[in-house]
Design a protein around this ligand. Sequence first.
Ligand code: HEC
Length: 240
Amino acid sequence: MKFRTCSFCLPVFLLFALSALVQAQTVLDGVYSKSQAQRGANHYNTICADCHEGGEPDALPLFGPDFVDRWREAPLSFLHDFISANMPADDAGNLPAASYLETVAFLLQENGFPVGNSNLAVDGLSEILLVGSNGPQPLPASALVKVIGCLQIAGDSVQLVQSSSLIRVRTADETTTEELAQAAAVPRTTGQYILLNTNKLAQETLLGQLVQAKGVLKVQTADTATINVLSLAGTGAPCE
Ligand code: HEC
């Protein structure tokens, strides 16, 4: 059977439309307060700036389009949770919870996102989508992503169908048991992806199972998305 590109058009379009509906609020909507960002400026200047403004070669700048590209099209909790678990790198996770929120508010302000009237709160973070200044856009190529769906083989093409939308991740070369345990609860729609670099044996054992694929996003156009797979694992749950 030949793989037909156009069978992807409608599902992927629907996926974009749907994700726009589900995550209505974005960082363009004024999600932090001015005083919160001001307190965040203090934390940034006293704690983060030394490393992130040249002191540590691996600590990239936290302002500018490259920074936004590394975190956009994901809930704000993705950035916040990374910082609160891993930063400051020499004392990871040890700041008060409010300080992490304030620092995130400051990063939003410095990256040009509008100020609002109420404070950013931990509870709402997963409902706020971090987007660039143009609003929701396709993920940048080479973003690390995961998707959860049903494995299907069509000729030479390995696909994931009835999938979740693309979820950004920080590491794609391993799958944790925690992720697999949560995979079945991730909302799935009509998403379809082409998986490259999967090995034949893995494909066969995973057929008919709910599967999580992680890897590098190679191409995402209006009608298809291709993932170079680095880690592929079955959840054990069946896919009809
Ligand atoms: C002791 C040095 C040090 C301090 C202090 C520090 N960082 Fe980092 N930070 C690093 C290093 C090194 C990395 C790269 C390693 C990584 O990504 O895990 C990093 C990575 C990051 C990243 C991911 C970079 C990206 O965009 O891909 C963010 C965000 C971040 N730090 C925020 C902060 C914030 C906010 C603070 C202050 C609360 C802070 N860091 C304090 C060293 C530091």
